[in-house]
Design a protein around this ligand. Structure first.
Ligand code: NAD
Length: 399
């Protein structure tokens, strides 16, 4: 069938298998062009492996260091005329490329919060790899089912005061006012439960209890701080509270990781268009301004540039770690460069429909959003008839 983007709000409900595959290939080529397969991770578990920073981490580890990877994700295959989710197609493409180079790749599709998926993942690591030397936790989930069967949801809301801001309508390019009520204490608590550090700790506990963490194993999790203009909705909002809990979890993981001679890190990554980020109110204006300034300065990066630089210079590169006062690795130094943030601050209130193309890089934002779903990827024939059904060899325990 011919697959076109169908956008509803901040969601694109279709995705293109060939475009997704080419996007993965482009990421692999980037890694191969900069990474030298030096000393680094060889057996890697990625939780949240099919999109954004998790997929990029998987590609950086596999194609930068020749690592065997186990990926855990929650994606949807195609059914009837409904295309699969982009992460499904991207995982299929990654797996094919990894296997073509003789690299081990196991895939587990299911709810990473569940004990069932943790156990199934541990079984596979034990059976095929023995132990892992890197655990990347890169989950971004809207909800979490707890052990008792109840479901808690994360909210993207301010705390204390309501938020008044603007967003760009993806289809019409109109600027729309958005206002959000302040989160209730329960919503704050629930967001921390979903996006905080507890599940990361549970994964490390589960792996450690079965002696699956190799001596010197590293675990890393990703956070975002961003620009002050986004703080009311991000850093000082419900999601910021969850990210504070990650800092708590990292400290709590120091001792268990030290018992295997390992370490826990949090890396502060750059703001980028991913499935998770596109749901954050107001982010479209910030990222459109940011991309304009960073592209003009020649410092713009995507997920794959970020994770590859993180691996090559910080986690495994032997360079001095660029840590902040809270002990986090800073990969957002180019985003937060004073001249970049000055541009964002100077133009934050001036963005209008008439200057979208001059003040901001909305086209670049739009491209990144489409590319996320396999559209607008150069070299893809969107007129060609494609089969939406693409198989992935899933490992035992997948749902
Ligand atoms: P994403 O939406 O691109 O990917 C999320 C991943 O989580 C996917 O692989 C998805 O399948 C998986 N997932 C979601 N729910 C799951 C579940 N219940 N079980 C198993 N897998 C599940 O997200 P992203 O933007 O790459 O975010 C990853 C991390 O990076 C998050 O902690 C996020 O806060 C952080 N981060 C993102 C940005 C950004 O701008 N996008 C910046 C800095 C840090």
């Amino acid at each position: 069938m011919i697959i076109q983007p169908r956008i509803k709000g901040f969601l694109c409900i279709t995705s293109h298998p060939a475009g997704c595959a080419r996007d993965v290939q482009n990421q692999i080529e980037h890694v191969k062009s900069v990474s030298g397969r030096g000393d680094g991770p060889k057996k890697v578990l990625i939780i949240g492996a099919s999109g954004g920073y998790g997929l990029a981490s998987r590609i950086s580890a596999a194609f930068g260091y020749g690592a065997a990877t186990v990926g855990v994700f929650f994606e949807r295959p195609a059914t009837g005329k409904r295309t699969a989710s982009p992460g499904w197609y991207k995982t299929a493409a990654f797996t094919e490329a990894a296997k073509a180079e003789g690299l081990y790749a196991a895939n587990i599709n299911g709810d990473a919060f569940s004990q069932q998926i943790k156990d199934a993942t541990c079984d596979i690591v034990e059976r095929d790899l023995g132990q892992v030397d890197l655990v990347v936790y890169s989950l971004a989930a809207p909800a979490r089912q707890l052990a008792d069967g109840s479901v808690v949801r994360s909210a993207l809301k301010p705390i204390g005061e309501p938020f008044e801001g603007k967003t760009i309508d993806f289809n019409t390019r109109e600027l729309r006012d958005i206002s959000l009520e302040a989160a209730s204490p329960e919503e704050v608590q629930d967001t921390v439960k979903v996006m905080g550090g507890e599940d990361w700790e549970l994964w490390i506990d589960a792996l450690k209890a079965r002696n699956l963490l190799a001596p010197g194993c590293i675990t890393t999790n990703y956070t975002y701080l961003g620009s002050e203009v986004t703080w009311p909705i991000y850093h000082h909002g419900t999601i910021g509270r969850a990210k504070e809990d990650l800092d708590r979890a990292k400290v709590a993981l120091v001792e268990p990781m030290a018992e295997v001679g390992g370490k826990a890190f949090i890396a502060v990554m750059k703001g980028l268009v991913t499935q998770a980020a596109s749901a954050i109110p107001g982010m479209s204006i910030y990222l459109s301004l940011l991309f304009k300034a960073m592209k003009a300065a020649g410092s713009h990066e995507g997920c794959i540039e970020q994770t590859t630089r993180l691996f090559d210079t910080q986690l495994f590169g032997g360079e001095d770690l660029r840590l902040d006062e809270a002990g986090r690795i800073r990969m957002d130094e180019l985003e937060l460069a004073p001249e970049i943030q000055q541009y964002v601050a100077d133009n934050w209130s001036a963005v209008s429909e008439s200057n979208l193309d001059t003040l901001t890089d909305f086209d670049g934002y739009r491209h990144a959003f489409l590319e996320l779903h396999g559209f607008d990827v150069a070299g893809t024939d969107y007129e060609a008839d494609v089969d939406p059904e693409v198989a992935i060899e899933l490992d035992a325990g997948s749902v």
